[in-house]
Ligand binder design. Structure first.
Ligand code: FAD
Ligand code: MLT
Ligand code: ZN
Length: 482
């Protein structure tokens, strides 16, 4: 742990928690919502990957916006650092403290506030778990516009704060498109009501966008209003094999042309990713078992006409097979088969965790170049580590993972800064969807101009002049303590 944290200096302006602070929070929240016990703190201090670990002595569980407001007002006046926390599934060390920051977890704010069955607009508290919103909407005939492997734990407030992409972005677009409104609490405790439920509202600057993807550095999101698409009756899933990356790329173009409006996901994984899934995920089997293929593509279609959607998919598959774009493939015959195919793809982050240590990179790269960096990385690393590639090919989003038995500075020195330089040179983004967090706060210049970063720092200074919110994350430390 802590190899990154050791390079960071604790903000000398921050106070440390004392008994008066504890008394204040107990009076405000009630004893059981002020956690100081070892087990609760251990879980809240450590991220999902068990890679980043803070040493906070205090976990707060507010139940209302008013409580969040009072917490922040107090922390701001005392100059106590605060880490907003949702489901703690983030992958860049953003959701846990670096030092002794107070953790404010939104998990107790988990109520659906309203749902409009005509417009499909859902308003909920930020701590609602994504999967519980999926289940709530399922009963009403709607779906969430985003889906990700962490759905059982991540919270909608966390999704918004990371601008999570996931498996459906190709079809429904990013949260910048689907979030209609937000309520957020600023560092000084002011509640900013931007909880609109309108599709269109061009009255001045659209401030909610500042909070989407700002990873808890500008405010705590307490409520979310989101546009949800209707649940369509026909979903088909195909799992295909390709012999080379160029075929995957061409297949994507064909899928957009031939499946058009019904295409809802286009994911890829390579041979090393499949091997990892087969070895580390329980109950997973390869639906195309003849041999390990070089590449696998998961295509999902979602439409409203079962007959015509099936025919479309079949015609596309025949055409792709005849044209040599795919070498093998299966279409799931029922929901169980579809979900077992999805389990392979969604289980990859877990498979990597089980395989040992992992260096994760989440890159936006022009689709035609996605696999170039994977091959270069493999050549560079030789046998010292396993390079595993998968991702949201349809969005130009590569998940490049370097798996080794344990963390090894010599391996890391081979990966960085190469991976960032390569991405920058190819005009990609060093964070497609996971954010910068602690991991990449110092790397922001690979993807953003100095002028843009300076403006971000000015926004941060304006909204959080004491820099209490998620310190050491997102922006470089040189801009973090004014
Ligand atoms: P946390 O991890 O708790 O926090 C993430 C960041 O948001 C932190 O900086 C935190 O301070 C901040 N934050 C959390 N809640 C709030 C709030 N209410 N107000 C202000 N700030 C807040 N990401 C993708 O984009 N696409 C994927 O497909 C994807 N798949 C994943 C699969 C797995 C198995 C895992 C473990 C992670 C995956 N992720 C993916 C990472 C992704 O960032 C998170 O899963 C999710 O969006 C984070 O939500 P969370 O509630 O867990 O937030
Ligand atoms: C995914 O697409 O599976 C997630 O973003 C997590 C990961 O990159 O491992
Ligand atoms: Zn992803």
């Amino acid at each position: 742990f802590g190899s990154i944290a050791t390079k960071i200096q604790r903000n000398p302006k921050f106070a440390t928690i004392n008994s008066d602070d504890i008394r204040y929070f107990r009076d405000l929240l009630g004893e059981k919502n002020v956690k100081q016990d070892e087990d609760a703190l251990l879980a809240a201090n450590m991220d999902w990957m068990r890679k980043y670990k803070g040493s906070s002595k205090l976990l707060l569980l507010p139940r209302s916006t008013e409580e969040v407001s009072q917490i922040l007002k107090y922390c701001n006046s005392r100059c106590l650092g605060v880490v907003p926390q949702g489901g703690n599934t983030g992958l860049v060390g953003g959701s846990v403290p670096v030092f002794d920051e107070v953790i404010v977890n939104l998990g107790s704010m988990n109520k659906v506030i309203s749902f409009d069955e005509v417009s499909g607009i859902l308003v909920s508290e930020a701590g609602c778990i994504l999967e519980s919103l999926v289940n709530f909407l399922d009963n009403k005939g709607f779906i969430m516009p985003l889906d990700l492997g962490a759905k059982g734990s991540c919270q909608i407030g966390g999704n918004v704060s990371t601008n999570a992409g996931g498996l459906r972005l190709l079809r429904y677009g990013s949260l910048h498109a689907n979030v209609l409104g937000l309520e957020a609490v600023l560092a000084n405790g002011d509640v900013l009501d931007m909880l609109g439920t309108l599709r269109k509202d061009n009255t001045g600057y659209d401030l909610k966008h500042l909070f989407i993807g700002s990873e808890g550095s500008l405010g705590i999101v307490t409520k979310v209003s989101i546009l949800t698409p209707p649940k369509l009756s026909s979903v088909n899933v195909a799992f295909l094999a390709c012999t080379d990356y160029l075929s995957c790329q061409k297949l994507f173009l064909e899928a957009r042309r031939k499946l058009g409006e019904v295409l809802s996901a286009f994911e890829f994984l390579d041979e090393q990713a499949m091997d990892l899934a087969l070895n580390h995920l329980e109950g997973v089997r390869n639906p195309l078992p003849t041999a390990l293929h070089k590449f696998y593509v998961l295509i999902e279609t979602t439409g409203s006409d079962e007959q015509s959607d099936k025919e479309k998919l079949e015609a596309f598959l025949v055409h792709s097979l005849e044209g040599g774009l795919i070498s093998d493939g299966v279409v799931a015959q029922d929901i169980q088969q579809a979900s077992s195919v999805w389990n392979i793809r969604e289980g990859l982050p877990e498979a990597l965790m089980k395989a040992g240590a992992v260096y994760k990179y989440d890159l936006s790269i022009p689709v035609e170049k996605i696999y170039d960096i994977v091959e270069e990385m493999r050549n560079k690393l030789g046998h010292s580590a396993r390079v595993v590639a998968y991702g949201h090919l349809g969005d130009g989003n590569l998940h490049l993972n370097i798996s080794c038995p344990q963390y090894d500075d010599a391996v890391l020195a081979q990966i960085e800064p190469f991976v960032y330089e390569w991405t920058s040179k190819n005009r990609g983004s060093i964070s497609a969807e996971h954010g910068l967090g602690l991991m990449k706060a110092e790397k922001i210049f690979y993807s953003k101009s100095p002028a843009a970063v300076q403006l971000m720092a000015s926004v941060k200074n304006l909204l959080d002049p004491n820099h209490i919110l998620n310190p050491y994350k997102v922006l470089p430390q040189s801009l973090s303590f004014p």
